[in-house]
Design a protein around this ligand. Structure first.
Ligand code: DP6
Length: 339
Protein backbone atom coordinates (compact mmCIF):
# COMPACT_ATOMS: atom_id res chain seq x y z
CA UNK A 1 0.00 0.00 0.00
CA UNK A 2 1.31 3.45 -0.90
CA UNK A 3 0.32 6.28 1.43
CA UNK A 4 0.64 10.04 0.95
CA UNK A 5 -0.80 12.98 2.81
CA UNK A 6 -1.29 16.62 1.86
CA UNK A 7 -2.83 19.65 3.55
CA UNK A 8 -5.66 21.90 2.44
CA UNK A 9 -4.90 25.52 1.67
CA UNK A 10 -6.60 28.86 2.22
CA UNK A 11 -6.54 31.25 -0.74
CA UNK A 12 -5.64 34.75 0.44
CA UNK A 13 -6.17 35.82 -3.19
CA UNK A 14 -8.81 33.58 -4.76
CA UNK A 15 -8.84 31.54 -7.95
CA UNK A 16 -12.32 32.01 -9.41
CA UNK A 17 -12.54 31.40 -13.15
CA UNK A 18 -10.90 29.12 -15.71
CA UNK A 19 -9.61 29.53 -19.23
CA UNK A 20 -11.29 27.60 -22.04
CA UNK A 21 -8.34 25.23 -22.46
CA UNK A 22 -9.45 22.63 -19.92
CA UNK A 23 -7.35 20.96 -17.21
CA UNK A 24 -8.44 23.63 -14.72
CA UNK A 25 -6.16 26.33 -16.10
CA UNK A 26 -6.93 29.44 -14.04
CA UNK A 27 -8.13 32.70 -15.53
CA UNK A 28 -6.53 34.61 -12.65
CA UNK A 29 -3.50 34.18 -10.40
CA UNK A 30 -3.96 33.24 -6.74
CA UNK A 31 -1.94 33.03 -3.54
CA UNK A 32 -2.63 30.68 -0.65
CA UNK A 33 -1.31 29.46 2.65
CA UNK A 34 -1.05 25.71 3.14
CA UNK A 35 -2.94 24.74 6.29
CA UNK A 36 -1.34 22.42 8.79
CA UNK A 37 -3.79 20.01 10.42
CA UNK A 38 -6.42 20.05 7.65
CA UNK A 39 -5.15 16.91 6.02
CA UNK A 40 -6.14 14.34 3.41
CA UNK A 41 -4.68 10.86 3.11
CA UNK A 42 -4.50 8.97 -0.20
CA UNK A 43 -3.94 5.21 -0.13
CA UNK A 44 -3.12 3.34 -3.36
CA UNK A 45 -2.59 -0.36 -4.03
CA UNK A 46 -2.55 -2.43 -7.20
CA UNK A 47 -5.49 -4.55 -8.29
CA UNK A 48 -5.29 -8.06 -9.72
CA UNK A 49 -5.02 -8.76 -13.43
CA UNK A 50 -8.36 -8.31 -15.19
CA UNK A 51 -9.78 -5.93 -12.58
CA UNK A 52 -10.44 -2.25 -13.31
CA UNK A 53 -9.66 0.87 -11.29
CA UNK A 54 -11.60 1.61 -8.15
CA UNK A 55 -11.42 5.01 -6.44
CA UNK A 56 -13.55 6.04 -3.47
CA UNK A 57 -13.77 8.54 -0.65
CA UNK A 58 -14.08 6.96 2.76
CA UNK A 59 -16.58 7.74 4.20
CA UNK A 60 -18.34 7.89 0.81
CA UNK A 61 -18.06 11.17 -1.12
CA UNK A 62 -18.24 12.32 -4.75
CA UNK A 63 -16.43 9.53 -6.64
CA UNK A 64 -17.04 10.62 -10.22
CA UNK A 65 -14.23 13.18 -10.35
CA UNK A 66 -11.94 10.84 -8.43
CA UNK A 67 -12.40 8.02 -10.97
CA UNK A 68 -11.77 10.38 -13.89
CA UNK A 69 -8.65 11.71 -12.24
CA UNK A 70 -7.22 8.25 -11.55
CA UNK A 71 -7.77 7.21 -15.19
CA UNK A 72 -6.01 10.38 -16.40
CA UNK A 73 -3.18 10.06 -13.88
CA UNK A 74 -2.54 6.44 -14.87
CA UNK A 75 -2.21 7.51 -18.48
CA UNK A 76 0.10 10.46 -17.75
CA UNK A 77 2.24 8.52 -15.24
CA UNK A 78 2.15 5.33 -17.35
CA UNK A 79 0.84 3.13 -14.55
CA UNK A 80 0.11 -0.15 -16.31
CA UNK A 81 -1.75 -2.01 -13.57
CA UNK A 82 -5.22 -1.06 -12.36
CA UNK A 83 -5.29 0.62 -8.95
CA UNK A 84 -7.46 0.67 -5.88
CA UNK A 85 -7.63 4.12 -4.30
CA UNK A 86 -9.08 5.40 -1.03
CA UNK A 87 -9.08 9.05 -0.02
CA UNK A 88 -9.91 10.27 3.46
CA UNK A 89 -9.83 13.69 5.14
CA UNK A 90 -9.74 14.65 8.82
CA UNK A 91 -12.20 17.55 8.30
CA UNK A 92 -15.60 18.07 6.58
CA UNK A 93 -15.47 17.21 2.87
CA UNK A 94 -16.99 19.24 0.01
CA UNK A 95 -18.13 22.10 2.21
CA UNK A 96 -15.70 24.87 1.32
CA UNK A 97 -12.69 23.78 3.36
CA UNK A 98 -10.55 22.81 0.34
CA UNK A 99 -10.86 19.04 0.80
CA UNK A 100 -10.44 18.60 -2.95
CA UNK A 101 -7.15 20.55 -2.83
CA UNK A 102 -5.63 18.30 -0.17
CA UNK A 103 -7.14 15.12 -1.63
CA UNK A 104 -5.87 15.62 -5.19
CA UNK A 105 -2.46 16.80 -3.97
CA UNK A 106 -2.13 13.67 -1.80
CA UNK A 107 -3.37 11.47 -4.63
CA UNK A 108 -0.93 13.02 -7.10
CA UNK A 109 1.92 12.17 -4.73
CA UNK A 110 0.73 8.63 -4.07
CA UNK A 111 0.13 7.85 -7.77
CA UNK A 112 3.51 9.32 -8.76
CA UNK A 113 5.04 6.86 -6.28
CA UNK A 114 3.05 4.02 -7.90
CA UNK A 115 4.38 4.84 -11.39
CA UNK A 116 6.41 2.08 -13.04
CA UNK A 117 9.04 4.56 -14.18
CA UNK A 118 10.24 7.60 -12.28
CA UNK A 119 7.72 10.33 -13.11
CA UNK A 120 10.78 12.47 -14.05
CA UNK A 121 9.44 14.92 -16.56
CA UNK A 122 5.75 14.56 -15.75
CA UNK A 123 4.37 17.96 -14.71
CA UNK A 124 2.88 17.07 -11.31
CA UNK A 125 1.51 20.61 -10.95
CA UNK A 126 -0.59 20.19 -14.08
CA UNK A 127 -1.65 16.72 -12.93
CA UNK A 128 -2.79 17.87 -9.48
CA UNK A 129 -4.50 20.89 -11.05
CA UNK A 130 -6.45 18.66 -13.41
CA UNK A 131 -8.06 17.00 -10.37
CA UNK A 132 -8.92 20.32 -8.72
CA UNK A 133 -7.34 23.65 -9.58
CA UNK A 134 -6.50 24.62 -6.01
CA UNK A 135 -4.73 21.24 -5.48
CA UNK A 136 -1.67 22.53 -7.32
CA UNK A 137 -1.09 25.05 -4.51
CA UNK A 138 -1.21 22.24 -1.92
CA UNK A 139 1.84 20.67 -3.60
CA UNK A 140 3.97 23.19 -1.72
CA UNK A 141 4.10 24.26 1.90
CA UNK A 142 3.94 27.76 3.33
CA UNK A 143 2.75 30.66 1.18
CA UNK A 144 2.21 29.61 -2.43
CA UNK A 145 1.51 31.57 -5.58
CA UNK A 146 -0.19 29.98 -8.59
CA UNK A 147 1.00 31.97 -11.58
CA UNK A 148 -1.06 31.94 -14.75
CA UNK A 149 -0.40 32.60 -18.41
CA UNK A 150 1.90 30.74 -20.80
CA UNK A 151 4.00 29.41 -17.90
CA UNK A 152 1.29 28.21 -15.55
CA UNK A 153 3.15 27.16 -12.43
CA UNK A 154 3.24 27.27 -8.62
CA UNK A 155 6.04 28.74 -6.52
CA UNK A 156 6.66 29.20 -2.84
CA UNK A 157 6.56 32.87 -1.87
CA UNK A 158 7.65 32.09 1.71
CA UNK A 159 8.19 28.94 3.78
CA UNK A 160 5.73 27.89 6.50
CA UNK A 161 8.01 29.12 9.31
CA UNK A 162 8.44 32.55 7.69
CA UNK A 163 5.27 33.81 9.39
CA UNK A 164 3.50 31.70 12.04
CA UNK A 165 0.07 33.18 11.33
CA UNK A 166 -2.94 31.60 13.00
CA UNK A 167 -6.00 30.57 10.98
CA UNK A 168 -9.16 30.07 13.05
CA UNK A 169 -12.00 28.40 11.14
CA UNK A 170 -15.65 28.74 12.10
CA UNK A 171 -17.57 25.75 10.74
CA UNK A 172 -21.18 26.83 10.16
CA UNK A 173 -22.31 23.81 8.18
CA UNK A 174 -20.91 20.26 8.07
CA UNK A 175 -22.82 19.03 5.01
CA UNK A 176 -21.50 19.32 1.43
CA UNK A 177 -22.32 22.53 -0.42
CA UNK A 178 -25.10 22.64 -3.02
CA UNK A 179 -23.05 24.02 -5.92
CA UNK A 180 -19.47 22.90 -6.54
CA UNK A 181 -16.70 25.43 -7.19
CA UNK A 182 -16.45 24.00 -10.69
CA UNK A 183 -20.07 24.70 -11.51
CA UNK A 184 -19.96 28.02 -9.67
CA UNK A 185 -17.00 29.27 -11.69
CA UNK A 186 -18.59 28.33 -15.00
CA UNK A 187 -21.83 30.05 -14.06
CA UNK A 188 -20.04 33.17 -12.81
CA UNK A 189 -17.86 33.49 -15.92
CA UNK A 190 -20.76 32.97 -18.30
CA UNK A 191 -23.45 35.07 -16.58
CA UNK A 192 -22.04 37.58 -14.07
CA UNK A 193 -21.59 41.11 -15.44
CA UNK A 194 -19.00 41.64 -12.68
CA UNK A 195 -16.69 38.84 -13.83
CA UNK A 196 -14.50 41.08 -16.03
CA UNK A 197 -14.02 43.54 -13.15
CA UNK A 198 -13.11 40.64 -10.85
CA UNK A 199 -10.32 39.56 -13.23
CA UNK A 200 -9.13 43.15 -13.74
CA UNK A 201 -8.77 43.69 -9.97
CA UNK A 202 -6.66 40.55 -9.51
CA UNK A 203 -3.09 41.86 -10.22
CA UNK A 204 -3.37 44.63 -7.61
CA UNK A 205 -4.60 42.28 -4.85
CA UNK A 206 -1.98 39.72 -5.74
CA UNK A 207 0.92 42.11 -5.50
CA UNK A 208 -0.35 43.69 -2.24
CA UNK A 209 -0.80 40.26 -0.63
CA UNK A 210 2.58 38.98 -1.88
CA UNK A 211 4.34 42.05 -0.45
CA UNK A 212 2.45 41.86 2.86
CA UNK A 213 3.40 38.18 3.26
CA UNK A 214 7.03 38.93 2.51
CA UNK A 215 7.03 41.75 5.10
CA UNK A 216 4.87 39.80 7.62
CA UNK A 217 2.55 42.80 7.73
CA UNK A 218 -0.89 41.72 8.96
CA UNK A 219 -2.29 45.28 8.90
CA UNK A 220 -1.51 45.42 5.16
CA UNK A 221 -2.52 41.81 4.42
CA UNK A 222 -5.84 41.60 6.23
CA UNK A 223 -7.96 44.24 4.45
CA UNK A 224 -6.90 42.94 1.02
CA UNK A 225 -7.66 39.33 1.98
CA UNK A 226 -11.13 40.37 3.18
CA UNK A 227 -11.95 42.47 0.15
CA UNK A 228 -10.69 39.79 -2.24
CA UNK A 229 -13.02 37.20 -0.69
CA UNK A 230 -15.96 39.63 -0.67
CA UNK A 231 -15.35 40.58 -4.29
CA UNK A 232 -15.29 36.92 -5.31
CA UNK A 233 -18.63 36.37 -3.59
CA UNK A 234 -20.07 39.61 -5.00
CA UNK A 235 -19.12 38.47 -8.50
CA UNK A 236 -20.70 35.06 -7.88
CA UNK A 237 -23.85 36.70 -6.45
CA UNK A 238 -24.21 38.60 -9.72
CA UNK A 239 -24.64 35.31 -11.63
CA UNK A 240 -27.93 34.03 -13.03
CA UNK A 241 -29.25 32.15 -11.11
CA UNK A 242 -27.39 33.79 -8.21
CA UNK A 243 -24.73 31.92 -6.27
CA UNK A 244 -24.97 32.40 -2.53
CA UNK A 245 -22.65 30.14 -0.55
CA UNK A 246 -23.31 31.71 2.86
CA UNK A 247 -25.44 30.64 5.82
CA UNK A 248 -26.86 33.19 8.29
CA UNK A 249 -24.05 32.19 10.67
CA UNK A 250 -21.47 33.06 7.97
CA UNK A 251 -22.62 36.68 8.11
CA UNK A 252 -22.80 36.60 11.91
CA UNK A 253 -19.14 35.51 12.05
CA UNK A 254 -18.10 38.23 9.61
CA UNK A 255 -19.77 40.81 11.85
CA UNK A 256 -18.10 39.31 14.92
CA UNK A 257 -14.70 39.65 13.24
CA UNK A 258 -15.44 43.33 12.50
CA UNK A 259 -16.53 43.78 16.12
CA UNK A 260 -13.29 42.19 17.35
CA UNK A 261 -11.37 44.60 15.13
CA UNK A 262 -13.20 47.58 16.56
CA UNK A 263 -12.11 46.35 19.98
CA UNK A 264 -8.50 46.28 18.81
CA UNK A 265 -7.91 42.65 17.75
CA UNK A 266 -6.23 42.43 14.35
CA UNK A 267 -8.31 39.63 12.80
CA UNK A 268 -9.48 39.35 9.18
CA UNK A 269 -11.79 36.86 7.48
CA UNK A 270 -11.84 34.98 4.23
CA UNK A 271 -14.56 32.71 2.80
CA UNK A 272 -14.21 30.15 0.01
CA UNK A 273 -17.02 28.58 -2.01
CA UNK A 274 -18.92 27.49 1.06
CA UNK A 275 -20.32 28.85 4.33
CA UNK A 276 -17.22 28.44 6.54
CA UNK A 277 -15.33 31.52 7.72
CA UNK A 278 -11.54 31.42 8.02
CA UNK A 279 -10.06 34.09 10.24
CA UNK A 280 -6.43 35.11 9.98
CA UNK A 281 -4.71 36.63 13.02
CA UNK A 282 -1.44 36.61 14.95
CA UNK A 283 -0.91 33.47 17.10
CA UNK A 284 -1.21 35.51 20.31
CA UNK A 285 -4.75 36.57 19.36
CA UNK A 286 -5.94 33.10 18.29
CA UNK A 287 -7.35 31.97 21.67
CA UNK A 288 -9.49 35.09 21.99
CA UNK A 289 -10.68 34.89 18.39
CA UNK A 290 -11.54 31.18 18.73
CA UNK A 291 -13.45 31.83 21.98
CA UNK A 292 -15.42 34.68 20.37
CA UNK A 293 -16.30 32.65 17.26
CA UNK A 294 -17.44 29.66 19.35
CA UNK A 295 -20.06 31.92 20.93
CA UNK A 296 -21.58 33.03 17.61
CA UNK A 297 -25.00 31.35 17.15
CA UNK A 298 -24.91 28.81 14.32
CA UNK A 299 -21.20 28.03 14.65
CA UNK A 300 -20.91 24.23 15.00
CA UNK A 301 -17.25 24.11 15.92
CA UNK A 302 -14.04 26.01 15.56
CA UNK A 303 -10.87 24.54 14.01
CA UNK A 304 -7.38 25.93 14.48
CA UNK A 305 -4.59 25.87 11.95
CA UNK A 306 -1.32 27.52 10.94
CA UNK A 307 0.99 27.45 7.92
CA UNK A 308 1.96 23.88 7.08
CA UNK A 309 4.27 21.84 4.89
CA UNK A 310 3.76 20.30 1.46
CA UNK A 311 2.73 16.65 0.87
CA UNK A 312 4.73 13.69 2.06
CA UNK A 313 4.80 9.94 1.82
CA UNK A 314 3.88 7.95 4.95
CA UNK A 315 4.78 4.47 6.17
CA UNK A 316 1.68 4.16 8.38
CA UNK A 317 -1.74 5.81 8.17
CA UNK A 318 -1.94 8.83 10.51
CA UNK A 319 -3.64 8.21 13.87
CA UNK A 320 -6.87 9.95 12.75
CA UNK A 321 -7.29 7.78 9.63
CA UNK A 322 -9.78 4.89 9.53
CA UNK A 323 -9.26 3.01 6.29
CA UNK A 324 -11.92 0.51 5.18
CA UNK A 325 -11.44 -2.97 6.73
CA UNK A 326 -9.89 -4.75 3.71
CA UNK A 327 -7.11 -2.15 3.61
CA UNK A 328 -6.01 -2.47 7.17
CA UNK A 329 -3.78 -5.50 6.59
CA UNK A 330 -2.28 -4.28 3.33
CA UNK A 331 1.50 -3.95 3.79
CA UNK A 332 3.40 -0.82 2.76
CA UNK A 333 6.05 -1.85 0.22
CA UNK A 334 9.59 -2.25 1.62
CA UNK A 335 11.45 0.98 1.14
CA UNK A 336 8.20 2.71 0.17
CA UNK A 337 7.44 5.94 1.93
CA UNK A 338 10.02 8.61 2.29
CA UNK A 339 9.49 9.85 5.81
C1 DP6 B 1 -13.17 29.56 -3.79
O1 DP6 B 1 -10.00 24.30 -6.84
O2 DP6 B 1 -12.16 23.56 -5.78
O3 DP6 B 1 -11.70 27.89 -2.95
O4 DP6 B 1 -10.63 23.65 -10.05
O5 DP6 B 1 -13.10 23.43 -10.23
O6 DP6 B 1 -11.84 21.90 -8.71
P1 DP6 B 1 -11.91 23.28 -9.35
O7 DP6 B 1 -12.14 24.31 -8.16
P2 DP6 B 1 -11.46 24.43 -6.74
O8 DP6 B 1 -11.85 25.96 -6.44
C2 DP6 B 1 -11.38 26.66 -5.37
C3 DP6 B 1 -12.10 27.96 -5.31
C4 DP6 B 1 -11.91 28.75 -4.05
C5 DP6 B 1 -10.76 29.74 -4.17
C6 DP6 B 1 -9.38 29.18 -4.13
O9 DP6 B 1 -9.12 28.16 -3.47
O10 DP6 B 1 -8.51 29.82 -4.75
Amino acid sequence: MILAQAHANLALVKYWGKTAEGGNRAANASLSVTLDGLTSLAAVRFRSRGESDRAVWHPPGPTEGLGRFVAHAREVLRIRRAVDVVVQSNFPVGSGLASSASAYAALTYALAEAADEAPGNVDLTALARSGSGSACRSLLGGFVEWQVGAEETVRQVAAADHWPLAVVIAVTREEPKHISSREGMVRTASTSPFYRAWLDANPADLSLVRDAVQRRDLAALGPVVERNALRMHATALGSTPPLLYWEPATVAVMREVWRLREEGTAAFFSIDAGPQVKVVCEPGAADGVAAALTEVPGVHRVLRSRPGQGPRMLREPPSWARLPAPWQDTPTPAGGGAT
